[in-house]
Design a protein around this ligand. Sequence first.
Ligand SMILES: [Zn+2]
Length: 166
Amino acid sequence: MNTTDNTAPGALTSLRALGGQPDSSLAALRRIAAEQARLLRDLLTVPVPQTPARLSVLIPSLLIEYITQLPTHGIAFWARPYWHIRISASDPSARQTFTVLHQFKHIIDHPLRQRLTALGDADWEELADYFAGQALREKASPDPSGWASDTSELQAATPGKGGTKK
Ligand SMILES: [Zn+2]
């Protein structure tokens, strides 16, 4: 039975699989992040400004929304049946692209983060920035000074816990 969202079970699963044998060191996780970024670069195959749109196509379970009055650069959260990334509509396009990639790394890391409780929020933020920077390598990157400014923006609701209707 085919539904209209022809989900190629692909990109997100493949990206997560790269982190399948985690050792909890930050160095190992950075290596994995670099590999994931390399894979994503191969999958994206579009100019940087089209990255968010292309990502939505690659990841059918991902919705990217531009919000006018977002008090931060971006957030990511699960609300069945989609992962949502919300981006500040007033940020410059290059910043938005970086933010989308940063948030997307949080989504990739979500299952791992549940398990690797030894790492702190700052570590996951650094990994997300690192991933986004690597994914944009050989391309324009935004001002590094703004990179680490998002904290605690991943509000992960657990799927199947019966809360979020609508
Ligand atoms: Zn973050």
